[in-house]
Design a protein around this ligand. Structure first.
Ligand code: NAP
Length: 282
């Protein structure tokens, strides 16, 4: 399933994340420029959450989209698990919409599974949809068993995405979750597609298999990580950047076409899982 904007156009193969953005006044303008550079390059899907900076990232999204045609954008936000029931979700959804300065969300996600029964969350999501406050709903950080449970509750099959951690160095979902979702035409939004930070990230971006693939394609290692995810049907990476030059570099990954030889090189260095692996989370 592709993410289609209200205008009927696809949101593009790569979205933009916003975690940690909008939290510091001194970097706000730079972050706005980065998001807008992405919007101008067709990265029209913006992913945020009520959790990020306690609403600061949603407010940044609201500022970034000013002056753009709302119907050509695809806005995604997430509700905390403890808010994902009848008691709080309607108020929380309205608060997210207000922070983003929009009348509707294209996609509203359950951020991760908590104590509220899935059936209740689905019932609320369907009500938000019927009321026109959201166009679609989905989930995040749900593993294969949770997804099966979700599909078994009334209207659970209306879920359009599972947003999960997925990058070249963390391929566990390829064993069972990804094929199961592909079979049902449920998209995967790949978060932390650049492995965010830390030792693993340095190990990935500097790994000879990645740098050699980048050399062959006159691309950067970050672009190779994104291009790898784009070879998977139904997967959209949502990298986050606070710098326009990085955002444009990320957009350019859509033009990198990895060959069978490239994929074999990457597979040899970062093998696909051969058994079930619990979902990685950030
Ligand atoms: P990420 O996108 O894997 O990595 C972000 C880091 O990569 C930033 O430090 C950024 O630094 C750097 N970066 C971006 N483009 C780059 C490039 N071309 N070259 C080198 N470095 C680059 O990590 P993430 O933010 O954790 O994940 C992406 C998005 O997924 C989040 O922002 C959020 O929207 C979503 N997410 C969802 C969940 C969930 O539970 N559903 C969890 C985590 C994340 P600069 O700012 O300097 O570019």
């Amino acid at each position: 399933m592709e993410f289609m904007t209200q205008s009927g156009a696809a949101a593009g193969p790569i979205g933009q994340g916003t975690w940690y953005l909008g939290e510091h006044a001194e970097t706000l303008q730079q972050e706005l420029s980065a998001l807008r550079a992405g919007l101008d390059r067709g990265m029209t899907l913006l992913d945020t959450a009520e959790m990020y900076g306690s609403g600061a990232a949603e407010r940044l999204v609201g500022r970034a989209i000013q002056g753009y045609d709302r119907e050509k954008l695809y806005l995604v936000s997430k509700v905390y698990p403890h808010n994902a029931g009848r008691k709080n979700i309607f108020r929380c959804c309205q608060a997210s919409l207000k922070r983003m300065g929009t009348e509707y969300m294209d996609l509203y996600l359950l951020h991760w599974r908590g104590g509220v029964p899935l059936a209740e969350t689905v019932e609320c999501m369907e009500k938000l949809k019927a009321d026109g406050l959201i166009r679609n709903w989905g989930v995040s950080n749900l593993d294969a068993d949770d997804m099966n449970e979700l599909f078994s509750v009334p209207n659970g099959g209306n879920c359009v995405t599972d947003q999960v951690l997925y990058h070249l160095g963390s391929r566990g979902i390829e064993y069972d979750l990804l094929p199961a979702l592909q079979k049902r035409d449920v998209s995967v939004m790949a978060y932390c597609p650049l492995a965010q930070a830390g030792r693993l990230r340095r190990g990935l971006l500097g790994h000879p298999a990645v740098t050699e693939t980048a050399r062959v394609h006159h691309a950067t290692p970050a672009q190779i990580l994104l291009a790898f995810l784009l070879t998977r049907p139904g997967v959209m990476p949502i990298p986050r950047s606070s710098r326009a030059e990085h955002t444009l570099e990320n957009a350019g990954a859509a033009d990198v076409r990895l060959t069978g030889e490239d994929l074999a090189r990457l597979d040899a260095a970062f093998p696909a899982p051969t058994r079930r692996v619990p979902l990685d989370m950030q």
